[in-house]
Structure formats: structure tokens, C-alpha cells
Design a binder for this molecule. Structure first.
Ligand code: NAD
Ligand code: UDP
Length: 320
């Protein structure tokens, strides 16, 4: 297949591009590099079958030739990033999704939306099943991301129902692994970089809030299976093992074994108190479940950040 992948220079996009190339597909990566990495891009550009277009997908994109799939991953994804780029986040989730659906319709291509567990907001149902409609504050600081993704899902279903477009919606839960930007600002990169630098780990709130962390190769495998499936309704793709943020910090301190301590800071507004995917649908429809637990995933992730810290190229990016 010839696949247009937006957000290809980002963390998930670069891993997904690598998997698509490995499966023998041609990948046209599209990115405006707002939160992407030149290093990811340089690494991909050395591979056969990969080409790159620097473009903001919130404006229309025209691609020559046949396209079989459009995978829409472009969007700031770290809370620190989308607080810094609120309008761009709203635009890429809304206008960007509309443009990429239009491209898929024009090319009669299959479309996959990278949606998020954030559509559930601060959830009142736990664990989260796909039939839960969520608890999102539309006017809070996280609303720029959450509501854009909710709009993106609605637009995707409208293209499916009204235009008969072949669509998929992946609700992705917290994913981590090598090739995250050290200054991404999300919890795994912050804590690992802080631990490697011997700095205090910045725990927001009392650290009792929970997340469920999926190692990136597991995540990409679930996403690829969803793309190949015929499931149109949203599917949760994440690791269902839940940890408190304090437990995550303690595991990272154990593995890095440095002098760091925990530093408690205020909890950001609307920070979800719990998050855990119910993956019954992914298990049944895709035959998928994660294989790599947090201990092993961190063992594979820490050496990547260690290399950057030792080269003087890594600083964490906690909220002030
Ligand atoms: P990332 O910030 O590493 O990558 C996002 C990429 O999109 C970057 O390369 C950025 O430059 C690009 N981009 C942003 N706006 C763009 C625009 N207007 N035009 C072109 N390119 C643009 O983030 P990520 O973690 O790789 O996330 C990728 C996708 O997966 C996002 O859509 C995100 O919402 C979704 N997601 C990720 C996670 C996760 O845990 N990583 C969880 C849920 C959902
Ligand atoms: N968090 C933290 N310290 C950090 C970064 C994040 O305690 O330096 C917390 C954050 O408040 C949230 C959880 O870790 O409860 C996950 O945050 P992240 O930004 O990774 O993603 P989210 O799941 O909130 O989108």
C-alpha cells in the first residue's frame, strides 16, 4: 500500500512509519515539525520507501498518485505542548482531520484517526469502555486537545456514514518508549530524564492519580492490526495495567538507582484522577493485547534517554 502518515516526525509516527516500511508499504510522511524531531525524520529518510512533505495539515494537502491509506497522527500530544500551542492543537484536530478525511475521500483510501483516551476526560466509569461518552471540561485548559479529538471522531464517523468512507478510530492510551523527545513534558520522559540527571522527580499532586502505560511497539502493533481490520467503531488501544504516578516514579528510581528524590508540585487543572483501558474489544476484534510490562518497557527505554543525557542533549520539561 501507499500510505500518507501525518505526524511522521513525532514519537508514535516515527515508530508507526518504521513498522509500515517493515511490512513492505510505501510511506509518505507529512509533518510541520511543530513538536516533531529532526532526528526521527533523518533516521526515517535513510529508509527505502519513505518520502517526506513538510506541511501543516490544517491547510489542504494535495498528493500526486494513488493513496491507499491515510493515517492521521499529527497533533501536539503532550499536555505541556498543547498548552503552549492551544490554537494549533484545535486546528489540527478539527481542520486537519477534515483535510485528511478529504484527501482519503478523494483517493478512495482507508482513513485511521489517532484519537485518545482523553475523549473520556476525567472519567466516571473505570476502567473505560468504548461506549462511555466521557467527562470533559470544554472550557478548561485541556479542552483544546480533548474537544478537538472528540470533534475529530465525530467528523470521522460523519465521513463514514455520509460518504461511505472506510474509517478506523484508535483511542490511544499513554504510550512511552525510545524516540520520545526528552523535553516532551509527559511523565515518563520527565521522570526518566530527571532520574538520570540526579534531579528530583516532579510529581504533580500527591501522585495517587493513575495511568496505564503501553510500550510503543505493543501500541504500534495494535494500531496496525486495527488499520488492517474492518472495525469502524472506536477501539481502545492501550495497556490495561494501572499504576499510580508515585508507583511509576518509584519504579524509575529503582531502575536508575541514582540520588534523586520526589518533589511534589501542584496538580494541573482537570488532570484525570484515573485512567485504564478496557481492551476487551481489541482482544476480541484484533486478537491483540500488550506483551511488554512496565518493568521491561522501562528497561528498554532508559538506555535511549541515558545516551541523550550523557551527550548533554536532554533536559526534562516539567510544568512551572
Ligand atoms: P508527538 O508530538 O511526538 O508527534 C506529533 C507530530 O505531529 C509531531 O511530529 C508534530 O510536529 C506533528 N504535527 C502537529 N501538528 C501538525 C500539523 N498541523 N501539521 C503537520 N504536522 C503536525 O506526539 P505523539 O505522542 O507521537 O502523538 C501522535 C498522535 O497520537 C497524536 O495525534 C496524539 O494525539 C495521539 N496520541 C498519542 C498518545 C501517546 O501516549 N503518545 C496518546 C493518545 C493519543
Ligand atoms: N505528571 C507528573 N509529573 C510530571 C509530568 C506528569 O506527576 O513531570 C503526572 C500528570 O499530572 C498526570 C500523569 O503524570 O497525572 C500523566 O501525565 P502526562 O503528561 O504524561 O499525560 P496525561 O495522561 O495527563 O495526558
Amino acid at each position: 500500500m501507499r500510505i500518507v502518515l501525518t505526524g511522521a516526525a513525532g514519537f508514535l509516527g516515527s515508530h508507526l512509519a518504521a513498522r509500515l516500511l517493515q511490512e513492505g508499504h510505501e510511506v509518505v510522511g507529512v509533518d510541520n515539525l511543530i513538536t516533531g524531531s529532526q532526528t526521527n525524520l533523518a533516521w526515517l529518510q535513510e529508509k527505502d520507501g519513505f518520502s517526506f512533505r513538510e506541511h501543516d495539515v490544517s491547510t489542504p494537502l494535495f498528493v500526486d498518485g494513488a493513496v491507499d491509506g491515510v493515517l492521521h497522527f499529527a497533533s501536539p500530544a503532550s499536555p505541556v505542548d498543547y498548552l503552549e500551542y492551544p490554537i494549533q492543537t484545535l486546528k489540527v484536530g478539527s481542520l486537519g482531520t477534515h483535510n485528511m478525511l478529504g484527501l482519503a475521500k478523494e483517493k478512495e483510501a482507508r482513513f485511521l484517526l489517532a484519537s485518545t483516551s482523553e475523549v473520556y476526560g476525567d472519567p466516571e466509569i473505570h476502567p473505560q469502555t468504548e461506549d462511555y461518552w466521557g467527562n470533559v471540561n470544554p472550557v478548561g485548559p485541556r479542552g483544546v486537545y480533548d474537544e478537538a479529538k472528540r470533534f475529530a471522531e465525530a467528523m470521522t464517523m460523519a465521513y463514514h456514514r455520509h460518504h461511505g468512507l472506510d474509517t478506523r478510530i484508535a483511542r490511544i492510551f499513554n504510550t512511552y518508549g525510545p524516540r520520545m523527545r526528552p523535553a516532551d513534558g509527559r511523565v515518563v520522559s520527565n521522570f526518566v530524564v530527571q532520574a538520570l540527571r540526579g534531579e528530583p522527580l516532579t510529581v504533580y499532586g500527591d501522585g495517587s492519580q493513575t495511568r496505564s502505560f503501553c510500550y510503543v511497539t505493543d501500541e504500534v502493533d495494535g494500531l496496525y492490526r486495527l488499520f488492517l481490520s474492518d472495525e469502524v467503531e472506536p477501539v481502545n488501544v492501550g495497556n490495561p495495567t494501572e499504576y499510580t504516578i508515585r508507583e511509576l516514579a518509584q519504579e524509575i528510581l529503582r531502575q536508575v538507582d541514582g540520588p534523586s528524590t520526589l518533589e511534589f508540585r501542584s496538580l494541573p487543572e482537570d488532570d484525570p484522577k484515573v485512567r485504564q483501558p478496557d481492551i476487551t474489544r481489541a482482544r476480541e476484534l484484533l486478537g491483540w493485547e500488550p506483551r511488554i510490562d512496565l518493568v521491561e518497557g522501562l528497561q528498554q527505554t532508559i538506555p535511549y534517554f541515558r545516551g541523550l543525557v550523557e551527550a548533554g542533549q536532554a533536559e526534562a520539561r516539567p510544568l512551572e
